[in-house]
Design a protein. Structure first.
Ligand code: C5P
Length: 235
């Protein structure tokens, strides 16, 4: 079965604003493993759909774009991420709430999820993969070596997202953002395919009130206990 290869995979799933992205990046860097930002793929499908002028719920065309789109993830010299979609730099658009909302819409369509499955599994390469998303542990990598489900209170998640967007210079309103996040969470939790929920064998970490270093240290300790990497790695 795909996803049961010998490459070790650590899944970090959870709702918007739970800190998955930050924690996954830090753990991947500390361990020297590859990183899969699966949310970015759903965001890219939404952007590709908009760029192609697809209006409404044209599921087959979105699924075709999900299979065909050419995606390059990289880093700028200043350390910021750089993402290209079919050769176009979409780094800023990708992280907007519009792209997030579009992602959550296309992510509810089984054909789009199926179209992205192999792309996600193919990102498992030696020495290992940190997979960040909603269904990494439940669907994409059911045999992962370690599954983390990261949570935080809705208030804290909205506040984190608010700070993140503000730091990037976006004009944001906390009340509107809280509403958007609540809507997105509800859609992600209640959709028919791959709804957001912890895998039965996931370790749940509530990051409310914890700083990034504390959460990374917890994940690194869990990896040591599973013999995925040596003790003493630093974020
Ligand atoms: O994590 P991020 O905010 O980038 O994800 C955007 C949206 O993509 C989520 O709200 C969710 O609807 C969808 N998604 C998903 N499955 C994943 C990752 C993201 O359905 N594995």
């Amino acid at each position: 079965m795909a996803g049961s290869s010998s490459i070790p995979v650590v899944c970090i799933d959870g709702p918007s604003g739970s800190g998955k992205g930050t924690i996954s990046r830090a753990v991947a860097r500390a361990a020297g493993w590859h990183l899969l930002d699966s949310g970015a793929l759903y965001r890219l499908v939404a952007l590709a759909g908009a760029a192609a002028g697809i209006t409404g719920d044209d599921v087959p065309r979105h699924a075709a774009l999900a299979r065909a789109m050419r995606v390059e993830f990289g880093w700028r010299p200043d350390g910021d991420e750089q993402v290209r979609l079919d050769g176009r730099d979409v780094s800023a658009e990708l992280r907007s709430e519009t792209a997030g909302a579009g992602a959550s819409r296309v992510a509810a369509w089984p054909e789009v999820r199926a179209a992205l499955l192999e792309r996600q599994r193919a990102s498992a390469r030696a020495p290992g993969l940190i997979a960040d998303g909603r269904d990494m542990g439940t669907v994409v990598f059911p045999d992962a070596s370690l599954k983390i489900f990261l949570t935080a209170t809705p208030e804290e998640r909205a506040l984190r997202r608010y700070k993140q967007l503000k730091d990037k210079g976006s004009a944001v309103n906390l009340a509107a953002l809280s509403r958007e996040i609540a809507e997105r969470d509800l859609r992600d939790r209640t959709r028919q395919v791959a709804p957001l929920r912890p895998a039965a064998d996931a370790c749940v970490i509530d990051s409310t009130g914890l700083n990034v270093e504390a959460v990374v240290a917890r994940v690194l300790d869990l990896g040591v206990a599973r013999r995925l990497w040596p003790q003493g790695l630093k974020a």
